[in-house]
Design a protein around this ligand. Structure first.
Ligand code: PEP
Ligand code: MN
Length: 349
């Protein structure tokens, strides 16, 4: 259930609603929008009727939320969530489309620095790179670990680009959060509920990738695990799903973009690199994702894709990425958006 407060409701009136709900054991999440405040009630609502709240001072109306993902639902919060990265001017979920780019894996200091400078020059706003890698085979490269995080932080210092990197294990959340501006939860961990709760209890924004066989509804329920633990800065990432089709590595489910936009207020990121698995398809599907309404795209880029330690087949070369940026700007303009510029002023990197 959500309790919608009247415009201009006082802090005391909002507080009274919260106390009433919590007196029976329900959990409350006040959501302060531009036009109105909503108090979302979750958990055990036994004994709490709509009538109880309807007659309280400052309450406009109460609404039952049918969806199991209460806090991620657009019914609870009609305005888009805009995630502002601390210490930079990057905003995800606003009118500007954000481009995240970088290698699948951090491979060396020189590699990540070269890529960071190149993607910034081309117009990317966020640097991606995996230091902890979820590999299908235990014998494949597992990532550089802490060293990789240090190199990413150095690349941020050098370019001003905020960084996104994957956290795979609950016990590593504090360490990765110390370095990353955005924590990535990979597709294989979408339903790792302990990990979701852990990233929900810390302050860094989270990008949650859709599981390989995850439905959109399951993705939203997983986002709910994070948001209900107190972290509202969650973005949802479509990265392709497993189907019977073999022409591409995954089937990039572009439907997910407008479906998620309609059902949730959280920003949507599209990952055409994992979505297709083939670099020649990445530009077309990146443009399609922007046209479909994605708030950001995340693209794998490598100076020498054929020698990349992971995902070379789907990585764009640096010139190909620069060309993609040009065409993305035109597509963004065609749908009344623009592509965010690299943010030079990083206040407290
Ligand atoms: C990645 O971003 O490199 C990655 C491993 O992605 P996913 O979890 O979507 O496979
Ligand atoms: Mn990858």
């Amino acid at each position: 259930m959500i309790v919608i407060m009247k415009p201009g409701a006082t802090a005391a009136e909002i507080g009274a609603v919260i106390r009433k709900a919590e007196s029976t054991g329900a959990k409350t999440h006040p959501i302060y929008g531009d036009n109105r405040t909503v108090v979302a009630l979750v958990g055990d609502l036994t004994g709490l009727t709509r009538e109880i709240f309807d007659q309280m001072e400052g309450v406009l109306q109460t609404v039952r939320i049918q969806e199991p993902y209460k806090l991620a639902s657009r019914t609870t919060r009609p305005d888009n969530t805009v995630i502002e990265l601390v210490g930079s001017r990057v905003r995800i979920g606003g009118n500007e489309v954000v481009v995240m780019a970088g290698p699948c894996s951090v491979e060396s200091r020189a590699q990540i620095l070269e890529i960071a400078h190149a993607v910034k020059e081309a117009g990317a706003t966020i640097l991606r790179g995996g230091a902890f890698k979820p590999r299908t085979s235990p014998y494949d490269f597992q990532g550089m670990g802490l060293k990789g995080l240090e190199y990413l932080a150095e690349a941020r210092e050098a370019t001003g680009l905020p960084i996104i990197t994957e956290v795979m294990r609950e016990e590593e959340v504090p360490m990765v959060a110390e370095y990353a501006d955005i924590l990535q939860i990979g597709a294989r961990n979408m339903q790792n509920y302990g990990l979701l709760q852990a990233v929900g209890k810390q302050a860094r924004p989270v990008m949650l990738k859709r599981g390989i066989s995850g439905t959109i509804r399951e993705l939203l329920m997983c986002a709910e695990y994070i948001v209900s633990n107190g972290n509202y800065n969650v973005m949802l990432c479509e990265r392709g799903i497993r189907t019977y089709e073999t022409a591409t590595r995954n089937t990039f489910d572009l439907n997910a973009v407008p479906v998620l936009k309609e059902t949730s207020h959280l920003p949507i990121v599209a990952d055409p690199s994992h979505g297709t698995g083939l670099r020649e398809l990445v530009p077309a599907m990146s443009r399609a994702a922007v046209a479909a309404g994605a708030d950001a795209i995340i693209v794998e880029v490598h100076p020498d894709p054929d020698s990349a330690v992971s995902d070379g087949r789907q990585s764009l070369t640096l010139p190909d990425f620069a060309a993609l940026m040009q065409s993305l700007r035109r597509v963004a303009a065609a749908v009344d958006r623009s592509v965010a510029d690299p943010v030079h002023a990083r206040v407290n990197a």
